[in-house]
Design a protein around this ligand. Structure first.
Ligand code: NAP
Length: 313
């Protein structure tokens, strides 16, 4: 089914990049539609505690920050649809965005679909998914109250989630393939100071084992080749993110399928912008996603004015 009205701007994705773009676009008077397939807030909403977003010196939960952004966006009149986008194509006026139930037209579009957790692809991962294997500490940590837990990864997510999971678990072993962390030093320091957290360096996970649920994880030291099994009730996998770009047919990607843009957030397709974690070479932080969204909406606005023959705002 096709929706005949033409939006000025369609934003795909309702994380901080998409919601910021919505705030800037609707506030500037553009008819704006935001399409989000699941919950608003993206990864932010599964982040227990955010202490580096300016204006919140005491920190703020990801859920609350998402709620605040959402309410601000709605206040300016962004139209919202909870639908899964299947395709985006060019047409004579701009773009057609096709979801599982409708198609929508716009003069310009912003892709702000973010990224999803990466799988580690070892035996047992799929089998024990939701039976002890998890990718979200905020969602699942309470299931591991007074239990031993293993965390794989050495980035900001692994370290910050370990601090949250430590509020519930009896003990945590962070398994990292190197002896230096990718995570910011302040998080590493907090994890070192936490008596529940131990580190297993230079080690990779080779398989996850159990019966009805996870009972252990096999690891291998990459320097000594020594192998051992750690008893654990849970395995959290935090080894990075892959961009959500599978629905896009334009050639606008880097080698990892992130979207390449210029400094105005515009791709090589005129009128098609990208913002946030889906973008190539970006610093993956909420504030940067928000900034990308604001810039993309601003420059999309210039393009829309141009198309409509208006002076730039
Ligand atoms: P990341 O920064 O890409 O780190 C991934 C970690 O997983 C790295 O330590 C990497 O090891 C390890 N790894 C990757 N593949 C692996 C494999 N196959 N087996 C074992 N280990 C593997 O990902 P992230 O921690 O999810 O963070 C994503 C982005 O979000 C980053 O830009 C991060 O700064 C940002 N973020 C920020 C905050 C915050 O500011 N509070 C919180 C969360 C996330 P190597 O180090 O050896 O490559």
């Amino acid at each position: 089914m096709s929706n005949e009205q033409i939006y000025d701007l369609i934003i795909i994705g309702g994380g901080p990049a998409g919601m910021s773009a919505g705030i800037y676009s609707a506030r500037a008077g553009y008819k704006t539609l935001l399409v989000e397939k699941m919950t608003f807030g993206g990864q932010m909403v599964i982040t227990s505690f955010i202490d580096n977003y300016p204006g919140f010196p005491e920190g703020i939960s990801g859920f609350e920050l998402q709620e605040r952004m959402y309410n601000q966006m709605k206040k300016y009149g962004v139209e919202v649809k909870n639908e899964d986008v299947k395709e985006i194509n060019q047409n004579k006026d701009g773009f057609t965005v096709t979801t599982s139930s409708e198609s929508y037209q716009s003069h310009a579009a912003i892709i702000a679909t973010g990224a999803k957790h990466r799988n580690i692809n070892i035996p047992g991962e799929k089998e024990f998914s939701a039976k002890g294997v998890s990718y979200c500490g905020t969602c699942d940590a309470p299931f591991f109250r007074n239990k031993d837990v293993a965390i794989i990864g050495g980035g900001d997510t692994a370290l910050s989630e370990s601090l949250f999971i430590a509020k519930f678990a009896k003990s945590i072993k962070i398994i990292h393939r190197r002896d230096r962390f990718r995570a910011v030093q302040s998080l590493v320091d907090m994890a070192i100071e936490n008596p529940k957290i131990e580190f297993v360096y230079d080690s990779i996970a080779t398989s996850i084992v159990g019966d009805q649920s996870v009972k252990g994880i096999n690891i291998k030291n990459v320097k000594t080749n020594e192998e051992m099994e750690l008893k654990t009730a849970g395995v959290f996998v935090f080894i990075g993110l892959d961009p959500n770009t599978d629905f896009i047919n334009f050639s606008i990607f880097d080698d990892e399928k992130h979207i390449i843009t210029d400094l105005k957030m515009e791709t090589t397709i005129p009128g098609l912008f990208a913002a946030g974690d889906v973008r190539s070479n970006t610093f993956r932080q909420i504030i940067c996603a928000s900034s990308d969204g604001a810039k993309a909406a601003h420059y999309a606005g210039e393009l829309i004015d141009d198309k409509k023959g208006k002076a730039y705002k």
